[in-house]
Design a protein around this ligand. Structure first.
Ligand SMILES: Nc1ncnc2c1ncn2[C@@H]1O[C@H](COP(=O)(O)OP(=O)(O)OP(=O)(O)O)[C@@H](O)[C@H]1O
Ligand SMILES: [Mg+2]
Length: 156
């Protein structure tokens, strides 16, 4: 016998309309996205609250991943992709031309549906992010209780 606290149905709903600006982590306004001539996102406006879990739910192909990729500018890497509108993270427009995109991606990480490792060893894949951040002496694999031993070979 166990109980869920607070009971389902009593959890207060977040009233986004009344959420103060400082409690908004991310704000999307009038976002439209095109893959070449094909429009994939239409007039998206939403706020994502700080410190909460937010889920995008919808049928396959409706644009969930496309929208997620807008939040750390991964779509910049897609040929022919154009984004119009505004995405602000902690009040700053991430599409401003002076934004340091690698720094943005250090703040807004992504875990992909399918792993896509670089053609390096598993260890090098794991420490890639640390190296990008200038940490050139990541943990020695021999001191990681054999965590890397099983996958020490090359991938790809
Ligand atoms: N790189 C791309 N080039 C052209 N069209 C694309 C590209 N990526 C996605 N699309 C198209 O954009 C639309 C939205 O795709 P997206 O992958 O964002 O959907 P999704 O909701 O994440 O789907 P799923 O639930 O299957 O992951 C689809 O019509 C898809 O074919
Ligand atoms: Mg997807």
């Amino acid at each position: 016998m166990f109980s869920i606290t607070p009971p389902i149905g009593i959890t207060p709903r977040l009233d986004l309309g009344n959420l103060p600006n400082e409690q908004t982590a991310l704000s999307i306004r009038d976002l439209n996205l095109y893959y070449g001539a094909t429009q994939a996102l239409f007039d998206i406006s939403m706020r994502i609250p700080k410190g909460k879990v937010t889920a995008f739910i919808g049928p396959s192909g409706c644009g969930k991943s496309t929208l997620l990729r807008c939040i750390n500018r991964m779509n910049d890497l897609v040929d022919g992709c154009r984004v119009r509108g505004e995405v602000t993270l902690h009040g700053q427009n991430i599409y401003h031309r002076e934004v340091d995109v690698p720094a943005l991606r250090r703040q807004v990480g992504m875990v992909f549906q399918r792993p896509n490792p670089f053609p390096k060893s598993v260890y090098e894949n794991v420490v890639f992010g640390l190296r990008l951040q200038g940490i050139n002496d990541p943990p020695n694999p021999r001191r990681c209780n054999g965590a890397f031993a099983a996958g020490g070979g090359s991938v790809g």
